[in-house]
Design a protein around this ligand. Sequence first.
Ligand code: ZN
Length: 235
Amino acid sequence: MRWSLKVASVAGIEVRIHLTFLLFLAWIWFSYYQVAGLPGAVQGVLFILSLFACVLLHEFGHAFAARAFGIATPDITLLPIGGVARLTRIPDKPWQELVVAIAGPLVNVVIAAALIFVVHRSAELEQLQYLESPRIELLSKLASVNVMLVLFNLIPAFPMDGGRILRALLAMALPYTQATQIAAWIGQGLAIVFGIFGLFGNPLLIFIAFFIFAGAQQEAAIARAKESSRPAAKD
Ligand code: ZN
């Protein structure tokens, strides 16, 4: 991906950070600094970095699941809107795509469960200081963010994992292109619903709606291109 820096290499997978992500971090720093000074800025950036560490682990979930099916992931890039694991190809069999798509959110389920366990244990051990401890506050905030990541990613619309899960389930009964088209339509229907809710409520939903709508169109185009490039079957 252009405009990205390599920061690490884990198990043969490059971890890259997009320049817009660095701008995003700078923006977080300054906006927290204005409200809560230096300690606030440090805490704000620390929280965002821990959140994106969870996003990164989510992407590694996809990458390692793909590797089990012989599909390489040359790199994972972090962007302000999330992470992108660049798989060299989409699994051929629908059940494999299902496993690869589920593996990401599953990582966040595990992280959330572990964090909730740790927070509850700490609450039992240090009952008095419990509420004031910034460490516990960060961990419980991180736990709820992981739950939100799972719910957001399971929205059955491209480019979210939920869209791929839906397509994989449909592709078990239908041809791949048709499954993608139906999944794209469902995604676009959801995008329209989000857009309408966004107009009357949270404007963030309008942004998500555009994001989903574009994702659905792109996914359908990729599936059609894949179909037309495939040599015609002879019967
Ligand atoms: Zn994912």
